[in-house]
Design a protein around this ligand. Structure first.
Ligand SMILES: O=c1ccn([C@H]2C[C@H](O)[C@@H](COP(=O)(O)OP(=O)(O)OP(=O)(O)O)O2)c(=O)[nH]1
Length: 155
């Protein structure tokens, strides 16, 4: 069962009332990156390719041409025990021919995560705009997250 937006809001910060939705919480855009060289997914181990952070224009806006980008969310999330998290795109993003993809957000993970932003038609996105919705579902789990991305992007 998915938790309510109020429950999800209690697991992340900063959050405003405007972000809290009936079934989840909208996440905002902190930064956009373009990958520069190949990463590697091995049988053992992995590397993430180098990336370049894109600049905004004078009105704090990214203008993104079609392609794949990595978006970093502004909110720090902690996935509580007995839960698993997923991201959905904000529907207005999808209606503008763009998509945000999710991997599994494990119980015990804490950090400011990232997602693949797929742009199929040029779009302008302001830094700080709501782009995604984070949801939490009840879940059994074996242990808690202890991987390389634990506490990523936390100052
Ligand atoms: O769309 C997503 C999904 C997950 N995460 C965060 C939360 C999750 O708990 C963590 C690690 O994800 P995963 O376990 O899939 O990473 P991995 O590639 O298996 O690496 P590692 O084994 O080092 O964790 O990344 C994101 O930032 N974005």
């Amino acid at each position: 069962m998915y938790e309510s937006g109020a429950f999800v809001a209690a697991q992340l910060a900063p959050v405003t009332d405007e972000q809290v939705q009936p079934n989840g919480v909208d996440l905002t855009l902190d930064a956009v990156f373009e990958q520069q060289n190949a990463g590697r997914i091995g049988v053992e181990g992995k590397t993430v390719g180098e990336r370049r952070e894109l600049d905004t224009d004078e009105s704090n806006c990214y203008t993104l041409t079609p392609g794949g980008y990595v978006a970093r969310y502004a909110e720090t999330i902690r996935v509580p025990d007995d839960h698993v998290g997923f991201i959905y795109p904000r529907s207005s993003l999808m209606r503008n021919s763009c998509m945000l993809h999710t991997a599994v957000w494990d119980a015990g993970y804490e950090g400011r995560g990232e997602g693949l932003l797929e742009v199929h038609h040029e779009i302008e996105i302001e830094r700080g705009a709501r782009i995604a919705q984070f949801v939490l579902a009840d879940a059994d789990h074996d242990g808690t997250y202890d991987g390389d991305y634990q506490r990523e992007n936390i100052a």
